[in-house]
Design a binder for this molecule. Structure first.
Ligand code: TXA
Ligand code: MG
Length: 349
């Protein structure tokens, strides 16, 4: 049985937080909101509790977890070496959606780091998350609170849909603000490299660091994209996804043409669009899902995952999604859509 407790996202109630902290200290699992997505938390210093996360999510043991801290002062407790750049970044972006990969401190169990000698760390900006970490007074290991490979949860009912009965407690603090996971930045090599684009843009990181490279797995390279299945399937709805890239009107034309073909072939088609696209689509017997306006990548990021879930819930068999470019949060949005599409990307020219 999973207990669900409502919590005020702005002013978390002490009693609720204390109850959640007790579950963590007893070795249990608590799902809680962060500013990015819901996390599935356990005491990062408790090997058995951490193993419970992998079981609940059906996550393979080779995929390491992020350790969440209440503030940057605790960095020395989880990392064996904290470079100057980490402190600069912490100053600029914490609390916030940036995860830093640093050398692991020996007290962090290898279960957390998937056997590796580095540890991923972040200070979340959500009041509930920080209150929970403070109250438990231990670092909290937390992946996104979804079953492995599925869409990250941005609202409490998404967590229940994936994990009901598998975790002790869910703190329901409403829907999250950022809507996409944190940016994962490795500081263990000479040049900082983005392992996963996310809530802090590459441009913002460059402003502090100068040169930042994108790790090869994050670069949606054309030759890989044309062969479906090469990008690992992740962040994925049940329906198949095809991603369309290119100039707006051309993209919409291609999506409309393909939608008609797919309908004729008996598919139930969903279109994932920007607000500006909807009127261009006209009358089509498909399900239109709007992610928000192109004028705000933050708005699209916030709605992306629930839009995908809504289309899944409507029972579509295939989702045609439009790309949003790579500026700011666009890069992370493209990354998630590319993975959801398993690399099935159509370049429209
Ligand atoms: O916004 C977020 O980051 C959310 C909230 C809950 O904090 N968490 C999250 O965790 O998205 P998860 O486990 O779903 O994704 C963590 C990512 C994975 O891609 C994992 O491979 C990577 O971070 N990661 C974790 N530790 C790492 C390490 N030591 N080295 C390289 N990558 C690491
Ligand atoms: Mg995840």
């Amino acid at each position: 049985m999973t207990l669900v407790l409502r919590v005020d996202p702005e002013a978390p109630e002490d009693m609720v937080i204390a109850q959640a902290a007790k579950v963590i200290l007893d070795g249990g699992l608590v799902a809680f909101p962060t500013e990015t997505v819901y996390g599935l938390g356990a005491n990062a210093l408790d090997e058995r509790a951490v193993e419970g996360i992998f079981r609940a999510k059906e996550r393979p043991a080779y995929d390491p977890l992020i350790v969440h801290l209440a503030d940057a002062r605790a960095l020395d407790l989880v990392a064996s070496h904290v470079p100057e750049t980490a402190l600069l970044l912490a100053d600029a972006f914490w609390p916030g959606p940036l995860t830093l990969v640093l050398p692991r401190h020996p007290r962090i169990p290898l279960q957390v780091t998937a056997g590796g000698e580095t540890v991923a760390v972040r200070v979340p900006a959500h009041r509930v998350a920080r209150a929970l970490i403070r109250a438990a007074d231990v670092p909290i290991a937390a992946p996104s609170a979804n079953r492995f490979g599925r869409i990250s949860p941005t609202c409490a009912d998404h967590v229940l849909a994936d994990l009901e009965g598998r975790i002790e407690l869910l703190l329901d603090g409403g829907c999250t603000m950022v809507g996409l996971e944190s940016t994962v930045l490795s500081l263990v090599d000479e040049v900082p490299s983005i392992l996963r684009p996310g809530g802090i843009s590459r441009e913002a990181l460059s402003g502090i660091l100068g040169e930042v490279v994108l790790a090869p797995s994050t670069v949606p390279d054309e030759t890989r994209l044309v062969s479906p299945g090469t990008a690992s399937k992740h962040y994925a709805p049940r329906a198949r996804v095809i991603l369309y890239r290119g100039e707006q009107l051309q993209v919409l034309k291609a999506m409309r043409r393909d939608a008609l073909d797919l309908l004729a072939a008996g598919e139930k088609v969903g279109l994932l669009l920007a607000e500006e696209d909807v009127q261009e689509m006209g009358e089509l017997p498909v399900i239109l899902q709007d992610m928000g306006s192109l004028a705000s990548m933050a708005e699209i990021a916030q709605h992306l995952y629930s839009a995908l879930r809504t289309l899944d819930g409507a029972g579509v068999t295939i989702i045609l999604a439009r790309d949003v470019g790579t500026e700011g949060l666009g890069l992370a949005i493209r990354d998630r859509l590319t993975r959801a599409a398993s690399g099935h990307v159509i370049e429209v020219s």
